[in-house]
Ligand binder design. Structure first.
Ligand code: FE
Ligand code: CA
Length: 514
């Protein structure tokens, strides 16, 4: 009688039935993101069986304890609390920790069902008025798991970065029945992701990678999605009905419903704040983060508000001529509200470096040797009017030290950005570092035919490389330095990583020194 009346005595034995008390629920690691001067988002997910629906959890909510300490052994815990992992959010946990000190390292971990998570290292941002002597920032994108191992992430994790920008294609939604990894033959990977369960399973499959987990453990991340977090070449409210990301199931589902599933799974699996949580098919993903007076990061969303691409067949997206694009200069890649938000913010900024963190190259990438321009319909070249409003707005407002960071094209492209990019004498108003892919497109080579063609026909382009890797940047008040780290191979798990080149931009001069 005494025992049945004693709730605390009963709960632990009931707990033995909980799925995450039988197996380690922290199979997908931990992450942190979107640092502020006083806080950071901590992330994890309870998933003892991560590739199964619901991650091997049942339909109940579970408490998850979290701790933040100034040392990795948790001798000095400065914040702790309890979050709830709910089944409707795939038992993911997003803790918006506040009350931390500016510009310092912290360590964090979670605890649930008797298990303790791996320990992550994170770092807060400086105070708004603070001009810190140095910011170390990594730039990565495009990690198609079937194309290669995440050797670049292992290297990224081995270096000290204050923050990692991940600029899209964290997952690929389409399906393949072959690839470099042992699990790539799994028939469940062959169909494109369409439902919420499909997208959740895709994130779980990607996040099982130990090198990706190590990169999250090493530093806070700031993430924005590109197309493959939803589907290949989607644009605003539309997506191709044929091609890589399309299937019978995708054609049966209204695109905005698919986008809602994709956005929800993205938010669930990324270290993002509540402000970025989607409402149906809409999510506020463009946002600004600052590193005191050294750097302000404007993170852009060039997918959700864009007009459809020029051309008749979005599933194929054949290159188009610059004249076809120029026919309607009002077309937008960002939407009017985001364009105004970006230019207003840049005009007000008192930061030394004004960073645009976005998806695809803003530099002209003419792929047709000789007179005339043939360009991708999906990149900024396909929205030249919008690009001109941004670069023109930067010039008219006298915004200094604008550095664009992007991904998408699976190659490194370093350029000065001029309003008239086809004119070799046009003045540069900004610089741009387009980072290559972590793994997408396989091993690659230092310079391929398309890279050579780009270099020959685009006078403001300074450098190109077609190997996999990432960018490791060192930012000081006087100098922006970008180091390109490349992998010799990614189709085997033990490739090596070396520095291919280092580029410099000096304070006050919008030109890349190669
Ligand atoms: Fe990609
Ligand atoms: Ca040309």
């Amino acid at each position: 009688m005494a025992l049945t009346g004693s709730l605390p005595a009963v709960l632990p034995s009931l707990g033995l039935l909980d799925p995450h008390r039988r197996r380690d629920p922290f199979t997908l690691g931990v992450a942190s993101g979107d640092p502020l001067p006083d806080g950071v988002v901590l992330w994890t997910r309870l998933a003892p069986d991560p590739l199964e629906p619901d991650g091997g959890m049942d339909r109940r909510s579970y408490p998850v304890e979290w701790e933040v300490a100034t040392d990795e052994h948790f001798g000095r815990v400065v914040r702790r609390g309890q979050a709830t992992a709910r089944p409707e959010l795939a038992h993911t946990v997003h803790v918006d920790v506040r009350g931390l000190a500016p510009w310092r390292d912290y360590h964090y971990r979670f605890r649930s069902g008797g298990y303790v998570s791996p320990v992550g290292r994170t770092r807060t941002a400086p105070l708004p008025g603070q001009l810190v002597p140095e910011l170390r920032l990594a730039v990565a994108s495009c990690q198609a798991s079937w194309d290669g191992w995440y050797t670049a992430h292992r290297d990224l994790a081995s270096r000290r970065h204050d923050v990692v920008l991940f600029l899209g294609d964290y997952i690929y939604e389409f399906g393949l029945d072959l690839g470099v990894r042992p699990e790539d033959g799994d028939p469940r990977n062959v169909e494109p992701a369409v439902s919420l369960d499909d997208y959740r399973r895709r994130y779980a499959a990607y996040k099982l990678d130990r090198d990706l987990q190590a990169a999250h453990l090493s530093a806070p991340w700031i993430v924005v999605p590109d197309d493959h977090e939803v589907t290949d070449n989607w644009a605003g409210d539309t997506a191709p009905t044929r091609g890589y990301g399309a299937s019978a199931a995708s054609r049966r589902m209204p695109f905005l419903l698919r986008r809602a599933h994709a956005f929800r799974a993205y938010w669930e699996h990324m270290p993002l704040r509540l402000a970025q949580q989607p409402h149906g098919a809409d999510a506020q993903l463009y946002r600004r983060l600052r590193y005191g007076r050294l750097a302000e990061l404007s993170m852009l969303d060039t997918r959700q508000y864009r007009d459809p691409q020029v051309g008749t067949d979005p599933a194929r997206l054949e290159p188009v001529t610059a004249d076809e694009v120029a026919a309607d200069p009002q077309r937008t890649m960002m939407g009017a509200a985001q364009e105004a938000w970006l230019l207003d913010g840049l005009a007000r900024s008192d930061a030394r470096w004004n960073v645009l963190g976005h998806q695809t190259a803003m530099s002209l990438l003419d792929r047709d040797p000789g007179p005339g321009e043939v360009v991708s319909a999906d990149g900024w070249d396909g929205y030249a009017g919008c690009r001109d409003r941004i670069l023109g707005g930067i010039a008219e407002r006298g915004v200094r030290n604008v550095v664009g960071l992007a991904g998408d094209v699976h190659r490194t492209i370093v350029s000065d950005l001029a309003r008239d990019a086809a004119d070799p004498d046009a003045p540069s108003v900004a610089t741009e570092f387009v980072g290559t892919s972590i793994s997408s497109a396989g091993d690659g080579v230092d310079l391929d035919d398309l890279g050579r063609s780009y270099l020959a026909d685009n006078p403001h382009m300074r450098f190109g490389s077609y190997q996999r890797g990432y960018l490791s940047c060192r930012v000081t008040p006087q100098l922006w330095q970008t180091e390109l780290r490349v992998c010799d191979r990614v189709t085997v798990p033990d490739g090596s990583v070396t520095t291919r080149a280092t580029f410099v931009v000096e304070n006050g001069s919008p030109r890349v020194l190669v």
